[in-house]
Design a binder for this molecule. Sequence first.
Ligand SMILES: Cc1ncc(COP(=O)(O)O)c(C=O)c1O
Length: 369
Amino acid sequence: MRQIKLQDPMNIRITKTKKSKLGEIDFNNIPFGKYTSDHLFVMDYANGQWDNFRIIPYQGFTLDPQSKALQYCQCIFEGMKVTMGADGIPKLLRPELNIERFNLSAERMCMPAVPEDIFLEALKAIVAFEIDWIPRAEGCALYVRPTMFATENALSVVPSDTYTFYIYTGPAQPYFTTPVKLITEQKLIRAVPGGTGEAKTGGNYAGSLMAGQLAKRKGFDQIIWLESPEFKKIQEAGMMNLFFVIGDTVVTPMLTGAVLKGTTRNYFIDILAEKKIKVEVRDIYVDEILEAYKKGDLKEAFGSGTAAVVSHISEITHGDTRMILPTIEKDFISNMLYDEINGLRSGRIKDSRNWLVPVEANTLTNYTA
Ligand SMILES: Cc1ncc(COP(=O)(O)O)c(C=O)c1O
């Protein structure tokens, strides 16, 4: 387990909630995204620096109607999970990947970077503060959402001068529990190379809603995005990266600038390589998947993402062809990957890769209460 040393304490001001919501939560029933914890970490950016570090009761923000966040969608976010280890110490999993991706999103959207030491200290502080909100059951976690939005109020289409960064958290059980049915989308697009698809910014999600809704109406859970204008190259699916097991090889689409750099995708590629399972990161065309299916070589297909870790795929429809995939018990690769990540997070599997970063419960003693 790595100890990441905090730099100078940020002197976070703390205002504790007068009424905790904790007693209202049934930890045996915590659907993903339904509950939020009691507090927010917040800081502001002005005159070229981050300042005004605070933990405050969970509450809304006041935005000017002309705010650049509302008008031009200068906002980005991250999603990550913190779990409670068997040793009673909360653990972050490779937070540097999320911090790096957040700062890449920031760069793409002309927003200021958050220095890694400040980001990590903020994460540790809010998690330590909300320690009682971390569910204990394996597979459950405290979901953590760092977010940044523009706060300048001016109509000009130039980057904002000021920003707010905040982190909220919420206890969550795994997201998808049953295998999902997917359909390829051959008209609408999520992202193109050179666009903003690699950034975790709200506009990408707003733009994807319509295709998701149309797919739902047809009885599918999500869509598979194909790259325009040919609609042959596979990008990703809904809010997850894609993996296919063809014969004895695991393949996943290459990042082309239009696909989100999934952190879970990263864990999986590393674990597969370490276990000497053949893994290829390359362009994948839907015709190849159809062909493999026809030959009986398509053994598994699954999505990867923070929310679900693994989403087993039961069916993929492309045009008139419906590919029915083997049932979950036969998903040897994805079941193994799921078990590796959950086992690692809960402490059941040793952290031999040094991926876990502990959040010491006494982190807050660094700060002025
Ligand atoms: C569009 C999109 N692709 C892929 C992913 C998976 O990324 P990660 O594994 O970092 O959660 C997500 C989820 O964050 C997503 O929103």
